[in-house]
Design a binder for this molecule. Sequence first.
Ligand code: BTN
Length: 337
Amino acid sequence: MHATREALLHRLSAGNKELSGEELAASLGISRTAVWKHVHALQAEGLDIRAERGRGYRLYDDVLVASLLAEGLAGLRIGSRCVVMPEVDSTNSELMRLATQEGGAAPDGTVLLAERQTRGRGRLQRDWLTAPQHSLAMSVLLRPPLAPTEVAQLPLLTAVAVQQALLDIAPLRIKWPNDILFEGRKLAGILTEMRAEPGAVHAVVIGIGINVRSPEGGWPEALRAVAGDLSSAGDLSGMAGYSSSAGDGIRRMDVALAVLRRLDALYHEYLAHGFEPIREAWWQAHVACGQPVRVHNGKTYIDGVAEALDADGALLLRTPAGLQRIITGDLELRENI
Ligand code: BTN
């Protein structure tokens, strides 16, 4: 985006109120006429910026602004570089391309957000729907000092980060392996991908999709019974006091910042103290500790009691045939079946 327009959006978004042409002109070092022209250009791009007579300009859209993200993550590992793109196939695919491109590969901590994903991907080869202005699609690049086998711990760590970061809004829970639920409905998911060779991890991309609001017109039929969103889940009053055009008091930048800051903190803790504290936090937040569950592993259904999470992220299921280690699949609480 044009640098002055990005700076203008930054101020309007951070200000979260009317800002006069004069204030904007002074802070951007341009004339009031230039402010007016840039506002018009942004409006022509479809942004809802309204000029209130005698009061100034106000942004009513919930926009993603790279410089706001960078400011909010300043000094942290996560957010060492922040990129916002209007449209990508998948933020995970795009970030992996940036991570592995020859000459100037993206650094550890790079964060990529996109307004639209044309081929958003979920776990187990599923599609992931990203509704513009309603969802957050973000990916984080890490170059962790881990063995390839330890990387399976990172999506679990990320699930804890998302769950803890958004606890002020709603009592969210985790469902194995890393779905984030509110009252049984999934409102966020995590997809982790890696480039590695035996013994060496080159790049890990952690993709986080959060349904901030339900899509305009509602969820597609197939998701209606299972998808949830943050805006209908809870109390948004703690989210930086922001009131967006959607009138629901939530701004995706605040959600992204809360999650990424928590992720940064937990990742540091993990590098210093290992997986055990994360595993405990994960288990505390899990929906099905010691409860009867059914896991579908793509081929068969396995019934048992969820007994523990092991250090590799596998679920330990107590079944009539003994303790089974479940590495992948979908879990349902048996009371819901
Ligand atoms: C799941 O199936 O639960 C995982 C969903 C992960 C979706 C996110 S959105 C951002 C990133 N880009 C993708 O294509 N997928 C992940």
